[in-house]
Design a protein around this ligand. Structure first.
Ligand SMILES: *[C@@H]1O[C@H](CO)[C@@H](O)[C@H](O)[C@H]1NC(C)=O
Ligand SMILES: *[C@@H]1O[C@H](CO)[C@@H](O)[C@H](O)[C@H]1NC(C)=O
Ligand SMILES: *[C@@H]1O[C@H](CO)[C@@H](O)[C@H](O)[C@H]1NC(C)=O
Ligand SMILES: *[C@@H]1O[C@H](CO)[C@@H](O)[C@H](O)[C@H]1NC(C)=O
Length: 168
């Protein structure tokens, strides 16, 4: 009996030694505290080391935002669903604020109705040189401020001006 106990203890010790044991991080504690199957809950995302990933998303609403290492939302980083998401990876600790194009796009998407033009932004948040209205099919070229360049509008079904070559 005593020998069996010792064997059990020894094998338990080995099993523990084989698995990486580290205490749960605050992110993991918060994540694991959300009851399984709780619909609509925000579940924190942790990386392999248990740290909060810079971008957190609320699955049920589609909202995403950036957090600091404590998992606290960084003000002004929230992106509603369907809008361009802020790149939460910090460069010198700085998160790029939303650009005028991204703000205009977000405002247009908040108020989607026929005839409302939704600006298109590139990955850096700048206005794409060609903008189109989904509802009318018209396309036109814009300058870096997003203002239409006169004479560049193409009605739907016509040959479009190449906004990259003509206006760069
Ligand atoms: C994260 O943000 C919260 C709220 O702004 C702040 O209290 C906390 O000190 C920040 N943590 C770090 C590690 O920057
Ligand atoms: C975010 O920015 C970082 C640093 O500039 C870059 O390496 C990364 O590719 C960007 N991620 C996305 C999704 O644009
Ligand atoms: C874009 O066009 C508008 C209207 O023509 C003009 O007021 C603005 O200065 C232009 N912006 C740039 C960066 O060229
Ligand atoms: C527009 O011109 C650029 C530069 O010459 C070219 O790379 C691009 O393929 C053209 N785009 C279209 C849609 O023709």
């Amino acid at each position: 009996m005593a020998i069996l106990t010792i064997i059990l203890l020894v094998s338990t010790a080995f099993a523990l030694g084989d698995t990486m044991i580290r205490p749960k991080t605050p992110c993991e504690v918060a994540r694991d505290a959300v009851p399984h199957g709780l619909v609509g809950a925000y579940i924190p995302t942790c990386d392999a080391a248990g740290q909060y990933t810079p971008e957190q998303c609320w699955g049920s609403t589609g909202y995403c935002w950036c957090v600091n290492s404590s998992g606290q939302k960084i003000p002004g980083t929230e992106s509603p669903p369907g809008t361009v998401r802020i790149n939460c990876s910090t460069q010198n600790g700085m998160i790029r604020p939303k650009t005028p194009c991204e703000i205009a796009r977000e405002n247009a998407l908040k108020n989607v109705r026929p005839g409302v033009y939704v600006p298109t932004c590139d990955n850096d948040g700048q206005y794409k040189p060609e903008q189109c209205s989904g509802s009318t099919g018209y396309c036109w070229c814009v300058n870096s401020s997003g203002q239409k360049i006169p004479g560049t509008e193409s009605p739907p079904g016509t040959v479009r001006i190449n906004c990259s070559t003509k206006w760069k």
